[in-house]
Design a protein around this ligand. Structure first.
Ligand code: ATP
Ligand code: MN
Ligand code: MN
Ligand code: MN
Length: 290
């Protein structure tokens, strides 16, 4: 069950239960039935029917060992985030999946005015999560939920500062929980696909200018830059740097090492793929000496 399917089967009562489970998730590993009854004020038969449905669909998880209790799963957390973004008017619909990263799912979103946006679900630790899926423990899952939220918060904050200095990144629009909504870069493809570019030097300069602004004007280093985290519009040769949650502050002990590595990957890629005659050292020095 993914978030779009879940959204299509969730009723108002189901949603009330998800809110209650989230509200009490700090206090209980599994929220007892009595607590849900008091908190949602739903008639017991309605509550039980909803719980049964949500549990069969694996949107929530039941434990019946010592007492009957329930908790959220990741797809429930996805639903809560999307419903919140919809209520606040940032989203009307969730469309097709645009990309799957190691640590995210990116969907197309449609706003109430019909504009297309990008909706990124942060999924920290997903690879290790799959690995242990059979014995997934609550402690691990809840810490991953928290880390995914922190990751979204970091990316949203970085994008806001980068946008405000005019860096070429997707403009941030809204965040809820572990989900970030940004401007959709239309017609863009990953630079790793090596699209033919009319003006590859322009794309290169866009990326370097963003690294420079990030370092000198915002005070951060991307830290995971490569052709996989640059998207480029082949028509205009405009390039955008995406995927910022792992950024480090300029005064981090490894900042300069990461900056040099980011520059090196970009320089090497443009040299090899688009025959742009540039050297890592001169580009790096120009940034740190600005
Ligand atoms: P990684 O595997 O590198 O960690 P990730 O999971 O952190 O990736 P992103 O790199 O942010 O996720 O995004 C994954 C893919 O989704 C991108 O390569 C791109 O194709 C697409 N994408 C992300 N944001 C946008 C956007 N604003 N506009 C258009 N496409 C986007
Ligand atoms: Mn990727
Ligand atoms: Mn990425
Ligand atoms: Mn990433």
């Amino acid at each position: 069950m993914d978030v779009r399917e879940a959204l299509s089967v969730i009723s108002k009562e189901d949603l009330e239960i998800l809110y209650a489970l989230e509200k009490y998730s700090n206090r209980y590993e599994f929220v007892p039935l009595e607590v849900l009854e008091k908190s949602t004020r739903l008639p017991l038969h309605v509550l039980e029917r909803s719980l049964y449905k949500l549990n069969s669909l694996k949107i929530i998880k039941r434990q019946s060992a010592s007492f009957l209790g329930y908790r959220l799963t990741i797809v429930a957390y996805d639903v809560l985030a999307i419903v919140s973004l919809m209520k606040k008017g940032y989203l009307d619909k969730l469309g097709e999946k645009l990309g799957v990263g190691k640590e995210s799912d990116v969907y197309l979103g449609i706003t109430p005015s019909g504009k297309e946006v990008a909706v990124k679900f942060h999924r920290v630790g997903r690879t290790s999560f799959r690995h242990v899926a059979r014995h997934r423990s609550y402690k691990l899952e809840s810490s991953w939920l928290l880390q995914s939220k922190v990751s979204a918060q970091r990316e949203f904050a970085a994008l806001r500062e980068l946008s405000s200095v005019g860096a070429k990144v997707p403009e941030p629009i809204a965040r809820s929980r572990h989900v970030v909504v940004t401007e959709l870069i239309k017609g863009a493809v990953e630079l790793s696909e090596k699209p033919p570019l009319k003006d590859p030097l322009k794309a290169f300069q866009d990326v370097i200018e963003t690294i420079d602004k990030a370092y000198n004007e915002v005070g951060i280093v991307h830290g995971d830059l490569s052709e996989y985290n640059v998207i480029v519009n082949p028509e205009t040769s405009e390039a955008y740097v995406i995927d910022w949650p792992q950024y480090v502050e300029r005064d981090h002990p490894r900042a300069k090492e990461l900056l040099r590595r980011d520059v090196d990957y970009v320089v090497k890629f443009f040299r090899k793929t688009y025959s742009i005659p540039v050297e890592t050292e001169e580009v790096y020095e120009a940034i740190v000496k600005r």
